[in-house]
Design a protein around this ligand. Structure first.
Ligand code: NAP
Ligand code: ZN
Length: 352
């Protein structure tokens, strides 16, 4: 039987999110029904609700940093039982047959992954609705186990901010002593500092905000460079093996390229779209340097990241909010005024 769920939805690009009641599907044999307790607020939720990427479908229930407890499981579910502490990230399904899925890279599914919201269920064609809601029903394969020792609210942002930064750190083989830089200290940026530090890297933060230095050091940065200060930028020329750029808007990437070491890579995870001003190829060619991109991470890697965070006691620094303040939270996120991730207390919403 389908069942009724309460949540919050965007109804258009330029109206505030508002309470919304909708149906979740009847459990399939391989489904897990989860009582959502906490949901992180990703900048992607804001981009999506406001149709920044031109693909919004309304009503839209955002939220892909979901933590909760299993309420019920379908007949064939073997890995979860009622009460288990679980997480759901940005994907809820994929084709499971293509080369990408076979390589545990469901995020690059050739038939396109089914995303947690603003997507369409591949079996019944209904819209997917995310974690700003009291319950969610997800195929077992896409449900993650969350280490018991991690605080639930603080663990929520690991499901997107955590995996999006963990995956490039792993892919580009960051290890003890690697020189890594992170551009932007927001939700993704602060997780990148924590994760790179835990891997033993020497970590630098590039920020345009004067005033984040102390926090950056507390979060794991060994050095902080004010990206608007040319003299500070010059001091780190030819330094980094990997730069993770989390800036959500169009911005000049050229000043960062000279700070890459020979063979270094700058990975863009934030801004989607043409790079402007144009990227100068000369410094790339001159140092066999690369500019690359990366999208979240596969399900197996997401589990590996959660287990890594469990071992190292890593969670996000959060500000817990009531869902009624979500629109104000979006405005504060636009002003880079969040330390360092909003997490919605969905359990409190359900109780009310
Ligand atoms: P966030 O919390 O708003 O943080 C972004 C940070 O970037 C800000 O705190 C600020 O740091 C810096 N920044 C913001 N605007 C800037 C500008 N115009 N120029 C230079 N720096 C600027 O956002 P988030 O949740 O971390 O998300 C960051 C981006 O990643 C978003 O675009 C989001 O959609 C995207 N994302 C991508 C993936 C993926 O899989 N690739 C996954 C999740 C999110 P400073 O004040 O320190 O400069
Ligand atoms: Zn996200």
């Amino acid at each position: 039987m389908t069942f009724t769920v309460s949540g919050y939805a965007a109804h258009s690009a330029d109206t505030p999110l508002a309470p919304f009641t909708f149906k979740r599907r009847a459990l399939r044999a391989d489904d897990v029904d989860i009582e959502v307790l906490f949901c992180g607020v990703c900048h992607s939720d804001l981009h999506s609700s406001r149709n920044d990427w031109g693909n919004a479908s309304y009503p839209m229930v955002p939220g892909h940093e979901i933590i909760g407890r299993v309420k019920r499981v379908g007949a064939s579910v073997s890995r979860f039982k009622e009460g288990d502490k679980v997480g759901v990230g940005c994907m809820v399904d994929s084709c499971q047959h293509c080369k990408a899925c076979a390589a545990d890279l469901e995020q690059f599914c050739e038939k396109q992954a089914t995303f947690t919201y603003n997507s369409v269920d591949r079996q019944d064609g209904t819209p997917t609705f995310g974690g700003y809601a009291s319950r969610i029903v997800v195929r077992e394969k896409f449900v993650l186990r969350v280490p018991e020792q991690l605080d639930m609210a603080g663990a929520a942002p690991l499901l997107c901010a955590g995996i999006t930064t963990f995956s490039p750190l792993r892919h580009w083989n960051v290890k003890a002593g690697s020189k890594v830089a992170v551009v932007g200290l927001g939700g993704l940026g602060h997780m990148a500092l924590k994760l790179a530090h835990a891997m033993g890297a020497e970590v630098t933060l590039f920020t345009r905000s004067n005033g984040k230095q102390a926090d950056a050091h507390r979060l794991g940065a060994d050095h902080v460079v004010l990206s608007t200060d040319a003299a500070q930028m010059a001091l780190v020329a030819n330094t980094f093996e990997l730069i993770i750029d989390t800036v959500p808007d169009v911005h000049d990437v050229n000043p960062y390229v000279p700070t890459l070491a020979t063979n270094g890579t700058l990975v863009m995870v934030g801004y989607l779209g043409p790079i402007a001003p144009p990227l100068d190829s000369a410094p790339l060619i001159g140092g066999r340097k690369a500019v690359a991109g990366s999208l979240i991470g596969g399900i197996a890697e997401t589990q590996e990241m959660l287990d890594f965070c469990g071992e190292h006691g890593i969670t996000s620094d959060i500000e817990l909010i009531e869902i009624g303040t979500i629109n104000a939270a979006y405005e504060r996120m636009l002003n880079s005024d969040v330390k360092y991730r909003f997490v919605i207390d969905i359990g409190a919403m359900t109780a009310a």
